[in-house]
Design a binder for this molecule. Structure first.
Ligand code: FSO
Ligand code: SF4
Length: 553
């Protein structure tokens, strides 16, 4: 196995990456190898999806499948061998189907079909041993002997960024947002990466194209969420338990939460959000359910403790899942969509009765805890509505700086930086946040500036789109470039969605972003220097130093 895609990867003087029997996330070498085989096979599907498009053969089912199956290989998503083997089998079937249709169209047109190679020609047996035997050909560091580490690092930057895009494409698809042009661009980049490009310039340009593609996908996702559930409105969310039977819904998929709310109506079950589901409370068509009582727990890395203490059923709709056997709650955990853990019940379709039965069979919370609130719901519309007042306060000199402190959470002690930074922000600054990193400080009091709350939770990681819209609106109002605004972006990363968002920000020309707690291990020192020279991207240092630099810029 060789996996280096997340911030928790193993780093040693001898070389970085999880490369022994098991990764830091608990992924076994078999799972890692099967994921490599799946990704390479999907690159072959994309190669034929592209060729087929030359004859206007576009198969929406296959387009969606490739993104969805790719999503299953993100960090902390799917640990179930049987499901991965099934994904590989289906991918090969789809690839063959596209190949036949492409070659048939060539024959009808009297042209010779192009003979593809690499992943596009891969024929695999279906049993696990045969698939694992092929894994070295698919490893993400394949061919390392003939390339330098900078090229490998850029390939991985692109591959992992595109994984993040795939995840958002699948989230958007669930909300009925698909786009054939987006799918075509996605296949183009998948196929390119399957051919192991070796030119630095091409890879750098591809990284920016992935960022642009992700911007478009986040826009689709924003549209899907707001079309279906309305525009988020600022709302106070109780972070403490309420007496009664309970279901906890984690991950990113609002549709799953809606179905659970509908199916639990009148059943005496309280529904809670967890982690990235917290911003769901802001959506009018979700917050109307009185039994959506609050949020329980915090970010993903705390789930083994928090889920163990949750006396009800738990549904994991997307990343980030960690070993449920440690906290002994696997029997009351349910997975959805691309998520999987061996032995944990997976729910296909729209029927959540197994979850409801489980919740009813459990004790639930025995008493009400004293409420404690956080606010969320400052997504695009709410931010735009507040923009004129914000602009007035900037002109009056009462708001002097904007900080966006967002991204993933994690369990490394260094991440305490983000709490300390939030606490140290000057009183005349606003703090925008998004994604699960907010749990490092969203229980603190930040007050307001003449009625404008200083703490603005924009939403999930994909709601970076909303934060970008605010930045663009401010730049327009002040007739300046976004980089001339008194705005500092200080990001925390853990997995591949964050890489996609980072590439989006870089592709929009946003400069001087700080990222931490550590640099991605797949980026060499050379690449970090090159990115710094191109974009000003830098690592976090100390709270004092970074704050001083941001405020003096
Ligand atoms: Fe967090 Fe996990 Fe949104 Fe990520 S729950 S770490 S960037 O998957 O998706 O912020
Ligand atoms: Fe290691 Fe992260 Fe890969 Fe898991 S996802 S194997 S922790 S690099």
């Amino acid at each position: 196995m060789f996996c280096i895609q997340c911030e928790h990867t193993i780093r040693t003087p001898a070389g970085n990456g999880c490369s022994y029997a098991q990764g830091m996330c608990g992924k076994t070498s078999d799972i890692s190898d099967l994921q490599d085989v799946l990704v390479y096979m999907l690159q072959g599907v994309s190669a034929y999806a592209l060729k087929a498009r030359e004859f206007n053969i576009v198969d929406g089912e296959i387009d969606s499948y490739v993104a969805k199956a790719f999503f299953s290989t993100l960090t902390n998503v799917n640990f179930d061998e049987a499901r991965l083997i099934e994904f590989i089998r289906s991918a090969q079937g789809y690839r063959n189907s596209l190949k036949v249709r492409y070659e048939h169209a060539c024959m009808l047109s009297g042209v010779a079909p192009e003979q593809l190679d690499g992943a596009a020609t891969w024929d695999l047996e279906e049993d696990k041993a045969a698939l694992l035997a092929e894994a070295p050909n698919a490893a993400v560091n394949r061919g390392l002997a003939s390339i330098n580490e900078d090229i490998l690092g850029l390939r991985l930057l692109c591959l992992y960024g595109l994984k993040g895009v795939a995840a958002y494409m699948e989230h958007a698809r669930i909300l009925e947002q698909t786009d054939a042009e987006v799918a075509a661009e996605f296949h183009r980049i998948m196929a390119l990466l399957g051919n192991d490009p070796t030119e630095m310039e091409l890879l750098l340009a591809t990284a920016m194209e992935i960022g642009k593609l992700n911007y478009r996908v986040m826009e689709m996702l924003d549209l899907g969420e707001t079309n279906k559930y309305g525009h988020p409105e600022p709302v106070q969310v109780n972070m403490k338990a309420v007496k009664g039977k309970a279901i906890l819904v984690s991950g990113h998929d609002l549709c799953d939460l809606e179905m659970i709310l509908q199916q639990t109506e009148g059943k005496g079950i309280n529904v809670y959000t967890n982690g990235e589901m917290l911003p769901a409370h802001g959506y009018p068509l979700l917050k109307k359910y009185p039994h959506l009582v609050g949020n329980f727990g915090s970010a993903w890395q705390n789930q083994q403790k928090e889920f163990a203490n949750f006396p009800g059923a738990i549904v994991m709709t997307s990343n980030c899942l960690i070993d449920p056997n440690v906290g002994q709650y696997a029997d009351r955990l349910f997975t959805r969509s691309i998520v999987g853990w061996p032995g944990v019940k997976h729910i296909d379709g729209d029927d959540f009765s197994a979850v409801i039965e489980k919740a009813l069979s459990l004790e639930g919370f025995k008493y009400d805890e004293i409420p404690h609130y956080t606010t969320t719901g400052f997504a695009r519309n709410a931010l735009m509505a507040a923009a004129p007042a914000v602009i007035d306060q900037v002109k009056a000199g009462n708001i002097k700086h904007f900080f966006l402190i967002g991204g993933c959470d994690g369990d490394k002690a260094e991440r305490g930086y983000y709490t300390e930074l939030a606490k140290a922000l000057p009183d005349d600054s606003l703090l925008l946040t998004l994604a699960c990193g907010k749990f490092k400080f969203n229980d603190l009091e930040f007050g307001d500036i003449n009625g404008i709350p200083r703490f603005l939770d924009v939403g999930q990681c994909n709601d970076s789109y909303s934060a970008i819209q605010l930045a663009l609106a401010l730049a327009e109002a002040f007739e300046c470039d976004v980089n001339e605004l008194p705005l500092s972006l200080i990001l925390s990363w853990f997995e591949q969605k964050a890489i996609a968002v980072l590439l989006t920000l870089l592709s929009l020309g946003i400069k001087d972003i700080r990222v931490g707690p550590t640099a991605p291990a797949f980026l060499t020192d050379n690449l970090l220097t090159a990115l710094n020279e191109m974009t000003g991207l830098k690592l976090i240092t100390t709270v004092e130093q970074d704050l001083a630099d941001c405020l003096s810029a």
